[in-house]
Design a protein around this ligand. Structure first.
Ligand code: MCA
Ligand code: AMP
Length: 478
């Protein structure tokens, strides 16, 4: 099939072409297992995949793509509230893998076995770039996550752009241990290898020891992973033979960049993207690696900066503006949410990233912040403050809650919840609230800290003053 070139046989094969947490598959085996999924998934409106870091997950995702069925990755640590939302909203009728523990009415299970093969008459669906490859659920500032519709053509354009920027090809071994339900770990980290013909080693978890043992040429990580590697000199030194260390999903702190350069002998390459746009700006393998900068637009991508007054902002290395984009890697909109889809673009058709950036005169981009305090990046995960606040308010001991991203040396930002206890709910404990969120939403969305306060600071319009909370301006609770 055209999107995943390695499965067409054009790069030969090897017994360990794809290794996920110790399970090795050749491309031929992967095509067989995925073909068996595709044969049974054909025609379904959506294939949900409980995206544990396993070879079965890779086979299920590839199966969905081969069938031309939208793949809906489910975070494996998601609780019933988040899972039910994703399943209902996406309209998926099939779940690859085992039945979920909770009530999943209307969802048939499609078992995945690495030794299954499709019937001899099976063929992949005809290629169609406009077809939805993925519905990726991603948080906004308020409400439940929205399903971003990612077409096949965007995946192909995004991966080809990165292959060009990173001279990424069949001679590479890609190593990472990122989750398989987001763009970084799944689209770049799995499909990128299958499109370029590079070997893939997924380490199960993104631990320094796992990265060091894998001996790859190309490594992907979020800044939290790189900062843990930088704090483990033996693991970092083991990466010295690699060709390219890539960081993305959140800002890479300059001290981590410098420490990695010291320990590995090479500076990491940073790149920038979003679920809705895939990767749009990247440091090139043959270009300068500039600390604090994410590189230059990928082929076909155009960027501009726009001020709060709607006027263009010059690329002078100093002026800040909202980063807006056009190009072939953009999504097709949010499933079933025409208003949110329309709001994501300007009247003249540019995608509004919500990120605030500076562009140097030589075209290097720096991301300097986000327009909204309500989108938090913690460990590279995008977490909407509103979704966590709503979950907390569902707890009977909580009268009100405000969630912020507090600076954190390991996670970049840590989710911190300021909670006003309900009358008589004075006994509500931090542990209980953390677990309540972890079990309803996803474990990674749980507050790392809960602060009980008597009141939330608000402005005259009743809006919570989150900057004041971050500065420590809330009254302690009774
Ligand atoms: C802890 N655990 C709990 C609880 N607390 N379980 C239940 N209830 C609780 N209250 C368990 C977890 O289940 C897990 O268990 C273990 O504790 C560790 O979890 P955690 O503390 O969350 O791990 P961490 O060390 O904080 O994780 C750091 C991480 C992770 C590994 C860097 O944040 C990560 O994988 N980040 C990657 C995010 C990413 O890929 N983003 C890309 C988005 P157990 O051990 O049993 O599992 S795509 C994107 O941004 C764009 C496109 C881009 O530019 O790339
Ligand atoms: P997500 O939708 O989870 O992919 O999150 C996208 C957001 O991650 C972007 O809007 C940025 O705020 C942030 N992001 C991704 N890569 C970088 C980077 N290299 N530097 C700074 N922020 C980044």
């Amino acid at each position: 099939m055209g999107l995943l070139t390695a499965l067409d046989g054009g790069y030969g094969d090897r017994a360990d072409a794809v290794v996920v947490d110790g399970t090795a598959l050749s491309w031929e085996q992967l095509l067989g297992a995925a073909g068996a999924v595709a044969e049974r998934a054909a025609g379904a409106p959506g294939l949900a995949v409980l995206a544990r870091p396993t070879a079965e997950t890779v086979a299920a995702v590839v199966g969905g793509l081969l069938a031309g069925v939208p793949v809906v990755p489910l975070p494996p640590d998601s609780g019933p509230v988040e899972r039910a939302h994703i399943l209902r909203d996406s309209g998926a009728t099939l779940l690859a893998g085992n039945r979920l523990p909770d009530d999943t009415e209307g969802l048939a299970t499609l078992p995945v076995s690495l030794t299954d093969r499709p019937g001899s008459g099976w063929r992949p669906a005809a290629e169609d770039g406009d077809r939805t490859a993925f519905v990726l659920y991603t948080s906004g500032t308020t409400g439940a996550p929205k399903g971003a519709l990612i077409p096949h053509r965007a995946v192909a354009a995004g991966l080809d752009g990165l292959a060009d920027a990173w001279q990424w090809d069949a001679g590479d071994t890609l190593v990472h241990g990122l989750p398989l339900f987001h763009v970084h770990g799944l689209v770049l980290g799995v499909l990128g290898a299958l499109r370029t013909g590079s070997r893939l080693v997924h380490t199960g978890r993104p631990t320094p020891a796992g990265y060091a043992a894998a001996r790859g040429s190309l490594y992907f990580g979020v800044p939290t992973v790189w900062s843990r590697i930088a704090a483990d000199p033996a693991a970092a030194r083991a990466l010295a033979a690699a060709r390219l260390l890539v960081s993305g999903s959140a800002p890479l702190p300059v001290p981590v960049f410098e420490r990695l350069r010291e320990l590995t002998g090479q500076a990491p390459a940073e790149r920038y993207g979003m679920t809705e746009t895939l990767i749009t700006v990247a440091t090139r393998a043959d270009g300068e690696r500039r600390p604090g900068a994410v590189g230059v637009p990928l082929p076909g991508v155009r960027t501009r900066l726009v001020g709060e007054d709607g006027q263009p902002v010059p690329a002078d290395g100093e002026s800040v503006g909202e980063l807006q984009l056009r190009g072939p890697t953009l999504f097709d909109g949010y499933l079933g949410r025409p208003e949110a889809t329309a709001a994501a673009r300007t009247a003249d058709g540019w995608f509004r990233t919500g990120d605030v950036a500076v562009v140097e005169p030589d075209g290097f981009h720096r991301i300097v912040g986000r327009a909204s305090v309500d989108l938090i990046k913690s460990g590279g995960y995008r977490i909407g403050a509103g979704e966590v606040e709503a979950a907390l308010r569902d707890h009977p001991g909580v009268a009100d809650a405000a969630v912020v991203g507090a600076p954190d040396p390991d996670l970049g930002q840590a989710v911190v919840a300021y909670v006003v206890a309900a009358d008589g709910g004075g006994g509500v404990g931090e542990r209980e609230l953390v677990d309540f969120v972890a079990q309803r939403l996803s474990v990674h969305k749980r507050p790392r800290r809960v602060v009980l306060v008597a009141d939330l600071p608000r402005n005259a319009m009743g809006k919570v003053l989150k900057k004041q909370l971050l500065d420590g301006g809330a009254q302690p609770g009774a």
